[in-house]
Write a protein that binds this ligand. Structure first.
Ligand SMILES: *Cc1c(COP(=O)(O)O)cnc(C)c1O
Length: 361
């Protein structure tokens, strides 16, 4: 006789990460998971080697002390208000698990990141999906959706997979429109990319806003360390005290702690990566439009491209795969006729544009 999981779990459609293989093709161009084309800082390699020469029989620092101090120094924050995690995904999971239970509601934007609604359902909560305007989160509708069951509101800013963002004024307006006891999670995985003056990741809201605001960040995107799984959350100490009770004690391993510390201290590498992105984001967007595709204006390291319909999108995806190029279908977000394309290295972007131009003629 089979054993049943708790209610709600089997209703979850499993998360499908970006693929990295195409049958019969050796050299793949992977533009599917918003990874950094420049990889991590060269200083990371040394840091990893040093950590490897330490005694591997010993447990790592459960508090990630020196990593938190480095993050605090670089960002001008209090290290006591930082908690590191196994990718920011772990921190998003911990936050929702800590505050959401059976019948509670989490307000989310329709095309927001898929992980928070998944975890919400896993803990028996209801994911309340709010429709967007032009692929942007609708602040007024999110505020209006609050009920007495609302526990958490999640806003990815900039958002994945749309690449759009909300100006800081709008984020502040969202916070002000929410009940004080509603937790606002700002998922700022792409915070390092926007060049616009009116963008702000919201770290200052944690200190100066109402109590229950937290910001999650990651080393997986601009820092090029996705393989090592490190993220962090900036939060009021009261909330961290809650997360500490349920988190795995040694959630970030020693190698990852050392690598992330070296990475965050090398802001020159971050600047170089931004320059590459700034060069390609407008170029790629314009080139795609030129061949007749619709592109949602992005401030991230990827673009959301819309085809005529789901059929044409599928054909484009197949065509690209035939040339060893993997991009990301986003039908699981309800975006049936769209593909999300990560900005790659120069030659990769050129190959992608060449292939898509061929497909469109
Ligand atoms: C990539 C991504 C994350 C982070 O993932 P981790 O690798 O777990 O840190 C979080 N939120 C969004 C919106 C992302 O796109």
């Amino acid at each position: 006789m089979s054993i049943s999981p708790r209610k709600g779990i089997l209703d979850i459609v499993p998360y499908k990460p970006g693929e990295s293989k195409v049958e019969g093709v050796d050299r793949i161009i992977k533009l599917a998971s918003n990874e950094s084309p420049l990889g991590p800082s060269p200083k990371v390699q040394d840091a990893i080697e040093r950590a490897l020469n330490d005694d591997l029989a010993l447990y790592p620092d459960p508090a990630c002390t020196t990593l938190r101090e480095a993050i605090a120094e670089v960002h001008g924050l209090r290290s006591e208000q930082i908690l590191c995690g196994n990718g920011s995904e772990e921190l998003l999971q911990l936050l929702i698990r800590a505050y959401v239970g059976d019948g509670d509601e989490v307000i989310l934007s329709r095309f927001g990141f898929l992980v928070p609604p998944l975890v919400t359902r896993a803990v028996g909560g209801t994911a309340v999906m709010i429709d967007e305007q032009n692929y942007k989160a609708d602040i007024d509708a999110m505020i209006a959706a609050q009920t007495e069951r609302t526990k958490v509101v999640v806003l990815a800013n900039p958002n994945n997979p749309t690449g759009t963002y909300l100006p800081f004024e709008e984020v502040k307006r969202l916070r002000q429109g929410l009940r004080e006891d509603v937790l606002l999670i700002l998922d700022a995985a792409y915070a390092e990319y926007p060049e616009t003056e009116d963008y702000n990741a919201g770290l200052e809201l944690v200190d100066n806003g109402l109590d229950n605001t937290v910001v999650t960040r990651t080393f997986s995107k601009i820092y090029g360390l996705a393989a090592l799984r490190v993220g962090w959350v900036y939060a009021p100490e009261e909330i961290l005290a809650v997360l500490h009770r349920i988190r795995p004690t040694f959630n970030v391993n020693k190698i990852s702690q050392a690598a992330a510390e070296a990475a965050v201290r090398d802001q020159d590498h971050v600047a170089r990566t931004r320059i590459h992105n700034n060069k390609w984001l407008p170029r790629l967007s314009a080139a795609l439009e030129e061949i007749g595709l619709e592109v949602t204006p992005s401030v991230g390291n990827f673009v959301l491209v819309h085809f005529r319909d789901a059929e044409q999108r599928q054909a484009a995806d197949n065509f690209l795969r035939g040339r060893g190029i993997i991009v990301r279908p986003v039908a699981n977000y309800g975006l049936e006729r769209s593909l999300r394309i990560t900005i790659g290295r120069d030659a990769e972007n050129d190959a992608l544009l060449k292939a898509l131009a061929e497909f469109m003629t």
